[in-house]
Design a protein around this ligand. Structure first.
Ligand code: HEC
Length: 158
């Protein structure tokens, strides 16, 4: 109940009067963690069929591939703004997250990896739009997946 109620209070501009600054801060962290996990799941949902096609688990369909690749490219810039201060593992928020504290130690590297994902997915979408052949798309999809994996290996705890 409080979880759904508080954002409403905050959006009505009552936060300063009614919420201690500590709980206002906690609220932002709540929303940030939930948002980025949702965004990453949406991204993964679009990545799935692309991976299945390049691995031959489902038939390659150029139109479906281009659609998914464009969706993924549009989504790839979304999660990162939500890695806010105080929202990582070991921070005092009590919410389940796999985002390792190491992110704060090397924010530049983390952001660079996020930027690489934006670029690699944009390239994949462009190649699909240009009608490039399957083998080239498969190679580029490999770069996309390696970017996901590289960041998870360093900054995701599971
Ligand atoms: C720049 C780093 C980075 C990149 C790139 C990255 N991820 Fe992640 N991912 C994370 C972190 C950190 C978490 C943990 C987030 C949390 O629990 O708060 C995560 C979590 C996830 C989750 C679990 C979300 C949940 O809580 O249910 C999925 C699914 C996921 N990533 C998919 C992907 C896919 C697919 C790609 C590539 C297309 C990708 N990620 C690229 C850092 C990254």
């Amino acid at each position: 109940m409080t979880v759904t109620f508080r954002p409403l209070l905050a959006s009505l501009g009552l936060s300063a009067a009614l919420l201690a600054s500590a709980s206002a801060q906690a609220l932002e962290v709540d929303k940030a963690i939930e948002y980025r996990q949702d965004a990453l799941r949406v991204m993964a949902f679009q990545t799935g069929p692309l991976g299945d096609m390049v691995q031959g688990d489902i038939d390659y369909d150029a139109e479906a591939f281009a659609l998914r690749a464009n969706n993924l490219a549009s989504l790839a810039h979304l999660p990162w703004e939500a890695f806010v201060e105080g929202s990582l593992q070991g921070d005092d928020h009590g919410i389940e997250t796999d985002a390792m504290a190491a992110i704060a130690d090397d924010m530049d590297d983390f952001n660079a990896r996020a930027e690489t994902l934006v670029e690699e997915t944009a390239t994949l979408a462009q190649m699909a739009n240009d009608g490039e052949e399957f083998n080239a798309l498969r190679r580029q999809m490999g770069s996309v997946v390696n970017t996901c994996r590289g960041c998870h290996d360093n900054y995701r705890d599971n």
